[in-house]
Write a protein that binds this ligand. Structure first.
Ligand code: R5P
Length: 349
């Protein structure tokens, strides 16, 4: 007896960022799978899929936005349900990975929270993780399953290139962003400046950031501050003040994850920043102030899902820019990219 085996993909979304999930599904020419997600009166989460998942390559999209613990729990329960429904492979698609800033014990008696989230995803039944611009590359090592690390750097940098090309200097707001800033500087063929940051209160939670120093030539320049996320906006706004004091002619910012906690949006609107370019990895309110521009990560996530399903290279989609180190071919190639791969339509799967 011969059995023909056909691969089948299904794509599901939690409740954290449905517009993004829908956009990803549209790029893939697929419909989002039907799933009920509701709450018991006590706050416990209930999940049920409405179609057979047996044998599918299932992609569960959930960004870890506020309320972050609920959003993580929704994704864990979806993964668990798919595992028990005999999905063949379960891919956790996490545009913004929650708790990523807690990736090491920096003080005695702290947890390594990002590691715990990684463990939870694996225990629930994830076989693979796809995430965008992790706070630090080492988070990939917290998993014993493959992690595909996507980056929004090319789409953010290309926006800057198109709208703000001249007289630019790329600024890393703290030591953690130096490598990312270096990639922007290569991409934009622009010089680099570095800032030194100190938090004013103990812990990472609501502590306000204060910038202490800037190394590099920023006077009379258009400064592009690059970061992985804007949470309260504290880091960015203190960087802007300092850069203006140092004679910068203009300050703009590019960051992948617009966490925008509390009054961050208002603080940005009231600041001297001329423009802030972010992605839609997080759900965003509408309308946003004019100076906040949003570029979509849906095409790159869709292309990556297609590549994973078809067992094709993911790093090719990003031409190597999704790697932790800067590969020699990018150093050699310099700012000139071959083509805007992420703009090509994702192959349907
Ligand atoms: C810190 O290491 C991160 O890369 C960001 O700079 C930081 O988390 C942004 O947070 P906030 O906007 O609250 O300063």
């Amino acid at each position: 007896m011969e059995i023909g085996i056909k691969k089948r993909a299904s794509i599901y979304s939690g409740t954290s960022n449905l517009p993004l999930a829908q956009e990803i599904a549209d790029h893939l020419g697929m419909a989002l799978g039907e799933v009920t997600i509701s709450r018991f009166a006590s706050g416990e989460i209930y999940v049920r899929f409405h179609e057979s998942a047996r044998g599918t390559d299932a992609f569960v999209i959930q960004t870890h936005s506020a309320p972050v613990n609920d959003m993580i729990m929704e994704q864990l329960l979806m993964i668990d349900a798919l595992k028990r429904a005999s999905a063949k492979r379960i891919n956790a698609v996490i545009p913004f990975f929650g708790y990523a800033r807690q990736d090491r014990k920096s003080l005695a008696r702290e947890p390594i929270s990002a590691r715990l989230i990684a463990d939870l995803l694996q225990v629930a039944g994830a076989d693979r993780v796809l995430s965008v611009d992790l706070h630090s590359g080492q988070i990939q090592g917290f998993f014993d399953i493959p992690v595909d690390h996507l980056t929004a750097l090319p789409i953010l940098a290309e926006y800057v290139e198109e709208h703000h090309r001249d007289n630019i200097v790329v600024v890393a707001p703290d030591a953690g962003r130096v490598r990312v800033a270096e990639k922007y500087s290569l991409h934009l063929d622009a010089p680099l400046a570095l800032m030194r940051k100190r938090r004013m209160q103990e812990g990472k939670g609501a502590a306000a950031a204060e910038v202490l120093d800037v190394v590099g030539d920023v006077a009379g320049k258009r400064c592009l501050v690059v970061d992985d996320m804007i949470d309260t906006g504290g880091t960015l706004i203190s960087a802007v003040k300092h850069l203006i004091r140092q004679g910068a002619s203009e300050v703009l910012a590019a960051a992948t994850h617009a966490v925008f906690s509390g009054d961050a949006i208002q603080r940005i609107a009231d600041s001297a920043l001329s423009e802030v370019i972010v992605t839609n990895s997080m759900p965003l309110p509408s309308p946003l102030p004019d100076k906040i521009k949003v570029v979509s990560i849906a095409p790159i996530v869709a292309s990556t899902i297609a590549a994973v399903f078809q067992d094709e290279s993911v790093s090719e989609i990003f031409q190597g820019e999704n790697q932790e180190a800067i590969p020699p071919e990018i150093r050699k190639r310099g700012p000139k990219r071959k083509k805007k791969d992420h703009e090509a339509p994702a192959p349907s799967i």
